[in-house]
Every structure is written in structure tokens, then in C-alpha cells.
Design a binder for this molecule. Structure first.
Ligand SMILES: Cc1cc2nc3c(=O)[nH]c(=O)nc-3n(C[C@H](O)[C@H](O)[C@H](O)COP(=O)(O)OP(=O)(O)OC[C@H]3O[C@@H](n4cnc5c(N)ncnc54)[C@H](O)[C@@H]3O)c2cc1C
Length: 393
């Protein structure tokens, strides 16, 4: 449980002291270490591996992992706060951070055996190794469970064949949590980049989130022992469902960090840029934009905080997690687009940060499951709740 109070300032909701300290240190780290390389990441599609290791040293990578495995022993709110601060400085580093820390590392901790935890978590927490999660395939995106990658069993060992596409961190990652078909069911395995039969495709050249490396991975007769299973054989759906809502709630803060940056840039530009002899912030049509941007930003963040809280109480709460990321991703795209409009012609020029922020803002309406699928999840969860007790919420 956490409590936040409604003392709202432009840079955000006030948090309890322990979280404020995490926010403050992540904010300083992001401004000092991430902001200076954010433009280079975008221009050159550059992934700052050294910076990732520094994030490990700060304790950000394994923030939800107990200290005995090299983590910081904190919680999901801390992870969300760090996610927002990193994303404020660089949406793409925020995406890579989310894939590593939440989709891979936290999932491995929650579902992995003692053997897997001890073997993989310390190096993932320190940033020595980079983690990734492989679910999507060329022919199975939204319909993820129709995957074709197979792990054929023979006397307790498995042979992995197939491929995964659009995988965040794949071009650099050492450790992959990969879902594969085991007969009629799905099983998650740990795959190492050094495994015989593992290979990577070319890194994708993306519209936004550049510098967060995205790629394809191939499995050609990779031999995996039983100990590489995360959770139970044929328990893939359980592992997936155990983390999906948490992932949605935490990843909302990728969008929220991007939105906060767009809002800050827009407010400062609107106050300084003069036309017709006065700052453009004096014009009602610009004021209307700023008012809506702020309102959407604060409401998306408050909702995401509440959804995170609810998901921690009930991991199967798909209604609020899906609604939070739907709203945060739409709000972020809206805020960044309006911010670009406030910049006028300058907003359309690559030298101006808002141009990158706008491109980055689009991704979370697609990645980690599309907004169409989130709407489907929300609607189905709502109907189920109403049918359940006849009274709704
Ligand atoms: C930058 C980036 C990073 C990513 N990182 C990862 C990662 O780390 N790991 C991973 O496993 N995946 C990752 N993904 C994949 C991502 O999760 C998928 O792209 C996403 O789930 C959609 O799948 P798809 O692209 O195949 O689109 P499709 O599923 O083919 O969808 C195409 C369109 O049809 C719509 N649609 C599909 N089904 C329905 C339906 N039932 N009702 C209504 N509309 C529907 C979709 O909403 C979409 O608009 C990443 C993607 C990107 C772009």
C-alpha cells in the first residue's frame, strides 16, 4: 500500500518520503547521465550499454528483486517512479529498462526456480547481462498464443526451433525469457545468447524509440535442459497471466514520462516564444491546449498509480491495468502532438527535442499489446464483473 497526496505541481504528484527520495535520485541520474545521450540514441540508433551498467550500479535494474539476488529489494511503485524518470529523459531507454527490469527480470524472479534465480538474477541486476522477453512472432502478434516456436521434449530435455520478432533489447541481450509451444500448451524457457543454435537478425530501423534496440531472434535446434523452464512445464499461460497486468501498470509510466517531458517542453516554449508582441501562452487557443495537456497528464498518472496499487492487491485485475496503459499511451501521444503544434515549424525540425518525443510517444499504443486489444480486455473484464454479481463495480 502506498499513499499519495494531492499536492500537484507541474513535475508531478507528491509521494511519501521514501518514494520521493527514489524519485529525486532517479531524476538527478536521468538529467545527468541520460539526457546528454538521448539525442545521440535517437539520431544514431545508439544503445548505451555502459549507461545500462551504471543503472545497475544505482540499483535501478533489479529494483524489485530481493537483495540476496543482487537486487534493491524495493517494490513496483519504485520501479514505476524510476520508469517515469528514465522515460522523461529518454523514452527509448525507458522502453529498454521496462523490457529488462520488468518483462524479463521481475518475471524470472516471480516464476523462476531457485536454480534460475541464483544463476541469472545477479548479473541481470548489476547490468552485466541484458535481459529481454520473446513472445511475438512474425505470424502471431496480438494472437500471441498461436505462436509457432516449438520446444520438442525428448527424455526431459527440449529442442527449441522457431523465431521471435520485434523483441526489445534483442540485438544486445544475453538472457531471453522465451515462450514456446510444448504440445498443446505453452512453456517459458530461459535462452542464452551463447546457446548453440541461437542467432540474431538485423536491428530494426524504427520511427521512434530509436536507441532502444529491437530485433529478431532465431532458434535452430537449441538444446535446453529441464532446468531452463521458468515455472512449470506447460505453465506458460499461468506465467504470462501472473505478470501481464503488472507489466501493463508499470509500462504505463513509460508513456507518462514521455508525456511529462512533452508538457514541460511545451510550457516553457509557449512562455518564451513571442508572436504579435506577446508570449504565445497569452493566446486562448494555446492556453486551451496547455490546459488539456496538463489535465490529461495528471489524470493518466493518477489513474496509473491507482491501477498499480489495485494490481498489487489483485494480480489478475486486468480491467484497471489495461485501462491505465490505454489511457496513458493515448494521453502521451495527444500531449506530445499538441506540444509539437505549440512549437510551430520548429516542432517539425529534428534539432528540437519535441520532434523525437512525439515519435517516441506513439509506440506504447502498439508495443506490449495494442490499444485495440486493451479495449477488448477492458470491455470483457467489465462485462464479466457486471455479470458476476449483478452490481458492477
Ligand atoms: C518497438 C517494439 C518493441 C516491442 N517489444 C516487444 C518485446 O520486447 N517482446 C515481444 O514479445 N514483443 C514485442 N513487441 C511486439 C508487440 O507486442 C506487437 O507488435 C503487438 O502485440 C502487435 O502485434 P503485431 O505487430 O503482430 O500486430 P497484429 O496483431 O497483426 O495487429 C495488427 C492490427 O490489427 C489489430 N488487431 C489484431 N487483433 C485484433 C482484434 N482481435 N480486435 C481488434 N483489432 C485487432 C491490432 O490492434 C493492430 O492494429 C514490440 C513491438 C514494437 C513495435
Amino acid at each position: 500500500m502506498f499513499i499519495y497526496i494531492g499536492n500537484i505541481i507541474l513535475s508531478g504528484v507528491q509521494l511519501k518520503d521514501e518514494y520521493l527520495m527514489i524519485q529525486q535520485s532517479a531524476r538527478e541520474f536521468a538529467r545527468k547521465e541520460i539526457m546528454p545521450v538521448a539525442g545521440k540514441m535517437d539520431r544514431e540508433n545508439f544503445f548505451p550499454a555502459d549507461l545500462f551498467r551504471k543503472m545497475g550500479k544505482e540499483g535501478y535494474l533489479g529494483v524489485t528483486i530481493p537483495e540476496e539476488y543482487g537486487g534493491s529489494g524495493s517494490d513496483y511503485l519504485s520501479q514505476a517512479i524510476i520508469e517515469e524518470e528514465i522515460s522523461y529523459a529518454s523514452g527509448s531507454l525507458g522502453l529498454s529498462y521496462g523490457a529488462h527490469s520488468n518483462l524479463c527480470l521481475d518475471n524470472l524472479y516471480r516464476n523462476g526456480s531457485e536454480f534460475l534465480r541464483e544463476k541469472y538474477l545477479p548479473a541481470l541486476c548489476s547490468g552485466k547481462n541484458i535481459g529481454s522477453l520473446g513472445m511475438t512472432e512474425p505470424s502471431s502478434g496480438s494472437d500471441a498464443l498461436s505462436m509457432k516456436t516449438t520446444a520438442m521434449e525428448d527424455s526431459g530435455n527440449f529442442t527449441l526451433n522457431g523465431s521471435k520478432i520485434f523483441i526489445t533489447n534483442a540485438p544486445y541481450a544475453d538472457v531471453f525469457l522465451v515462450y514456446a509451444r510444448t504440445g498443446r500448451d505453452i512453456t517459458p524457457f530461459i535462452v542464452e545468447s551463447g546457446d548453440n543454435g541461437f542467432s540474431r537478425g538485423q536491428e530494426f530501423d524504427k520511427t521512434g524509440m530509436r536507441g532502444s534496440p529491437t530485433g529478431t531472434i532465431f532458434f535452430n535446434d537449441i538444446k535446453l535442459g529441464h532446468e531452463r523452464i521458468v515455472g512449470d512445464l506447460n505453465g506458460g499461460k499461468k506465467v504470462l497471466l501472473s505478470g501481464l497486468n503488472l507489466e501493463r501498470a508499470v509500462l504505463s509510466f513509460n508513456s507518462i514520462g514521455i508525456a511529462r517531458r512533452a508538457l514541460d517542453l511545451a510550457v516553457s516554449y509557449a512562455s518564451e516564444r513571442e508572436q504579435f508582441g506577446k508570449p504565445i501562452s497569452d493566446f486562448e487557443l494555446v492556453q486551451e491546449k496547455l490546459a488539456y495537456m496538463y489535465t490529461k497528464f495528471e489524470s493518466s498518472r493518477l489513474f496509473a498509480l491507482e491501477a498499480l496499487n489495485r494490481v498489487q492487491n489483485d494480480r489478475m485485475d486486468s480491467l484497471d491495468a489495461a485501462a491505465a496503459i490505454l489511457y496513458a499511451s493515448e494521453a502521451s501521444e495527444y500531449i506530445a502532438r499538441e506540444a509539437l503544434q505549440i512549437f510551430g515549424g520548429y516542432g517539425y525540425i529534428k534539432d528540437f527535442e519535441i520532434e523525437r518525443v512525439f515519435r517516441d510517444s506513439i509506440l506504447l499504443t502498439i508495443g506490449a499489446g495494442t490499444n485495440e486489444i486493451r479495449k477488448k480486455v477492458i470491455s470483457e473484464a467489465l462485462v464479466k464483473k457486471y455479470r458476476g454479481d449483478g452490481n458492477g463495480r
